[in-house]
Design a binder for this molecule. Structure first.
Ligand SMILES: Nc1nc2c(ncn2[C@@H]2O[C@H](COP(=O)(O)OP(=O)(O)OP(=O)(O)O)[C@@H](O)[C@H]2O)c(=O)[nH]1
Ligand SMILES: [Mg+2]
Length: 443
């Protein structure tokens, strides 16, 4: 999308859809102060809330509002910024917006334009902007924590530290290349070794970050799949978890055919629960057989598996919870009790027995898939850039390249470029360009 004039002064309702108690209109750009004065008759002292009667150009009353003035560049957008805290009625907000739109040099902001300006003016980097977007979309506690870490520069600070190390390696290589003019091969080789060692250490660290859970898992929710033989009580369980009649329950084996999915947050962790067709080899007609194939695919893709069949028949899965279901039916039956002893937990979706233990077991396994406290998860775009940087830093020991300082320096430069893409800042790239500009071709 072609951005309209970046020097325009933009405004938008930044709070929720009216009607609401308060409607906050933000104005950003060189004419924000003029606009504030036009409506409120004055510009209040910076960063202090004050009450003002807002008026039209013709003197007609608009609203009595709280107004704020933030002179740039130390503002959210890096520009002059004003805020009008209006009464949040539809007509109030519409009238104020119409008045602002009529002022010269002002126009309505496009989606994300305030954040875009914050990025362009260097107030936030790309990773922080992504965190901000995630924060606005966050619906659960773990999503909020993850997004807040990203928005407040957790990833950006790590990138800055890696870039510093890359620069130090670069500087070492440059010094060596500059001073080994007399062709002292011995010295050059040891410098190359130092570079290779430093690169390997950094590559290892990037690998640790790449091994962490992806941010998308937190955003989209972990998949929890309920599977087992027909009539095991899978649909009854998903209904009990969702607290509504989501799936049809009946004593007929093979009632569920499709995968039925419902979003559900447990302890602030977003999850998607799926009920599936009962798994059986014999007696399934064509449609049910398709359902069984889908159930198997769902089991294979599940983050967590709730298995309601015989414990010994549990599909291979790293996070399976073996459940002896319908306990109210078989309690006291010696054979059933003996089999249930091999399960992870005993449950009756009908009486509610074991439901709290199931909740805990699911959350325990989910936590193993989420970043630990204080660890940031990366989005796909950030992971791709990080993986590329790691690749540039990985040099086979003993290879021709591992002893060629010029090739190693080039790899360092490319790795820095890949890291730059995470924050959208070309800081290191620029410095390296300057660094390499001093080399002559063929050196
Ligand atoms: N007493 C008792 N009956 C249950 C319990 N769970 C399920 N049932 C009954 O068992 C029968 C089968 O339950 P469903 O939930 O439909 O079983 P399912 O695993 O979804 O079966 P399919 O969809 O055919 O694979 C129904 O008649 C349920 O009412 C339970 O915990 N206690
Ligand atoms: Mg069912």
């Amino acid at each position: 999308m072609q951005e309209k004039g970046a020097s325009d002064t933009i405004f938008a309702l930044s709070s929720g859809v009216p009607p609401a108690a308060i409607g906050v209109v933000r104005i950003s750009g060189p004419r924000a102060g003029v606009a504030l004065k036009a409506l409120a008759g004055r510009r209040p002292p910076p960063r202090r809330a004050s009450l003002a009667d807002l008026r039209r150009a013709d003197g007609g009353a608009l609203d009595r509002a709280l107004i704020l003035w933030f002179p740039g560049p130390a503002t959210a957008t890096g520009e002059d910024l004003a805020e009008l805290h209006l009464h949040g009625g539809r007509a109030v907000v519409a009238a104020v917006e119409a008045e602002l739109a009529a002022l010269p040099g002002l126009r309505r902001a496009e989606a994300g334009e305030f954040t875009r300006r914050a990025f362009l003016n260097g107030r936030i980097d790309l990773a922080e902007a992504e965190g901000l977007a995630d924060l606005l979309a966050a619906e659960t506690e773990s999503q909020r924590v993850q997004a807040l870490g990203l928005a407040s520069g957790h990833v950006s600070r790590a990138v800055a530290a890696w870039q510093e190390r890359l620069l130090a390696l670069m500087a070492g290589a440059e010094a060596e290349l500059n001073f080994s003019d007399e062709g002292d091969v011995e010295v050059g080789e040891s410098a190359a070794q130092r570079a290779v060692t430093g690169m390997a250490a950094l590559a290892g660290e990037l690998g640790e970050w790449l091994a962490r859970p992806a941010a998308e898992v937190i955003a989209e929710g972990l998949s929890v799949v309920i599977a087992g033989p027909p009539n095991a009580g899978k649909s009854t369980l998903i209904n009990a978890l969702a607290k509504r009649e989501l799936a049809i329950v009946s004593p007929v084996a093979g009632t569920t055919r499709d995968v039925i999915e419902t979003p559900l947050a447990l302890d602030g962790i977003a999850m998607r629960f799926s009920d599936t067709a009962g798994l059986r080899g014999e007696g399934a007609e064509a449609i049910e057989a398709i359902g069984i194939d889908r159930a198997k695919a769902a089991v294979a893709a599940a983050d967590i598996l709730l298995w309601l069949g015989p414990p010994e028949a549990t599909p291979a899965h790293p996070r399976a919870i073996r459940i002896a279901a319908q306990a109210d039916r078989w309690r006291g039956d010696a054979a059933a009790e003996a089999e249930a002893a091999h399960a992870d937990l005993i449950l009756s979706a009908t009486t509610g027995e074991g439901m709290a233990a199931l909740h805990r077991a699911i959350v325990d396994r989910a936590r193993t898939l989420l970043p630990r406290e204080g660890e940031a998860a990366l989005r796909a775009r950030q992971r791709a850039a990080l993986a590329e940087a790691r690749e540039w830093l990985t040099v086979a020991a003993g290879s021709q390249e591992a002893s060629d300082l010029i090739l190693l320096a080039e790899r360092l430069r490319l790795a820095a470029g890949a890291l730059d893409r995470i924050t959208g800042r070309a800081g290191v790239e620029d410095m390296l360009d300057a660094l390499f500009g001093r080399f002559c071709i063929g050196k």
